[in-house]
Ligand binder design. Structure first.
Ligand code: NAP
Length: 310
């Protein structure tokens, strides 16, 4: 019988909301990984050695194979570079960085070091995304509308970084929509954008972004962070084969009103399966298309000043 490979010895860095909600449970249920340490300025993980910085972790524990970087994007580059330079495989939460160029640089370092760099996009692993992709690949898209409206107070309580430059504002959830759109739609580019900045913040609370696909189909994306009550994470597409609705952030697919795919989500277990496959096959996966669209929206977008956010 073939022997299963040794588990990948991994450390989690930036122990906050997403590390606790998703990364630690996903790692605990995956035999392909062994969590052997954590690094965070304040957060800790029970049962493993904890360090205040990634530099201290890398200096102390030589036998680590990989790190999972769960801090906000603006603070990820230095940590990723330190890990790559130390010869470790790197898993990065979304968005992979605060700028496109810094992630390009990480790609070059990973290649030079011969280690895996994984820029993860968790929404791409939502259960109905592949079925939507298959439907659209066999269809001609004529138009699309993306409605991504959620309550920032519910999902990002007390997170200051998200309102700062490089924090992305409403594009922090919006990039999840973009990660699905860039996976299932034909190539597209932004033609117009309008971004609403609260008078007391440096990141937008709402945005409207217009795209055109390479064949000319219009795509409209509406982002809003002040939606209370039911939350909307929907992608509507009109095609020559009918109307597609991918709802629930990619969980459920309906064609002409008939549900054809609806399963519970397992996004983070699938992300770690992907990371393990990448490490074992000595490859990287760094798709910057969603981040490039956010950069383009900031570059092309008209800036409106709206009510303060308290
Ligand atoms: P968070 O809890 O505010 O931040 C995670 C941890 O990063 C913090 O607890 C903090 O740990 C560390 N950190 C914060 N500022 C730092 C700095 N200046 N330098 C170094 N470390 C810093 O945020 P989060 O919600 O987990 O989000 C982190 C990433 O996950 C973001 O990129 C976000 O888009 C992504 N994500 C979040 C969610 C969600 O539901 N919140 C869902 C999917 C993906 P220490 O203070 O202990 O260092």
């Amino acid at each position: 019988m073939p022997q299963s490979p040794e588990p990948i010895r991994i450390a989690v860095v930036g122990v906050g909301k997403i590390a606790r909600d998703q990364h630690l449970p996903a790692l605990a249920s995956n035999d392909d990984f062994r969590l052997i340490a954590a690094a965070s300025r304040h957060g800790t993980v029970e049962g493993v050695p904890n360090f205040g910085t990634i530099e201290a972790l890398l200096a102390d524990i030589g036998e680590i194979d990989a790190v999972s970087l769960c801090m906000p994007p603006k603070f990820r580059f230095d940590a990723a570079r330190a890990a790559l330079e130390a010869g470790k495989h790197v898993f990065m939460e979304k968005p992979p960085g605060a700028t496109v160029s810094e992630v390009e640089e990480l790609k070059r370092i990973a290649e030079r070091q011969g280690v895996t760099l994984f820029a993860s996009w968790h929404s791409r692993y939502a259960p109905a995304v592949e079925a939507a992709r298959a439907f659209l690949q066999a269809s001609t898209l004529t138009s699309a509308q993306i409605i991504w409206k959620e309550d920032v107070r519910r999902w990002h309580p007390d997170q200051d970084w998200i309102w700062q430059p490089g924090g992305f504002g409403v594009f922090d959830p919006g990039i999840n929509a973009l990660s699905i759109m860039t996976h299932i739609f034909p190539a597209m580019f932004i033609t117009d954008a309008s971004l609403d900045f609260p008078a007391n913040r440096d990141a937008p609370v709402a945005a409207k972004v217009l795209f055109r696909t390479s064949s000319g189909a219009p795509v409209v994306m509406d982002l809003d962070w002040l939606q209370t009550g039911p939350q909307s994470w929907d992608i509507h597409a009109e095609t020559d084969r009918g109307t597609m609705l991918l709802s629930g952030g990619g969980a459920k697919l309906a064609i002409d009103g008939v549900v054809v795919h609806d399963e519970p989500e397992t996004e983070y277990p699938m992300l770690y399966k992907r990371f393990s496959d990448l490490v074992r096959s000595h490859t990287s996966d760094v798709d910057l298309a969603p981040l490039q669209h956010v950069a383009d929206a900031f570059m092309l977008g008209k800036r409106n000043v709206v009510d303060e956010f308290r």
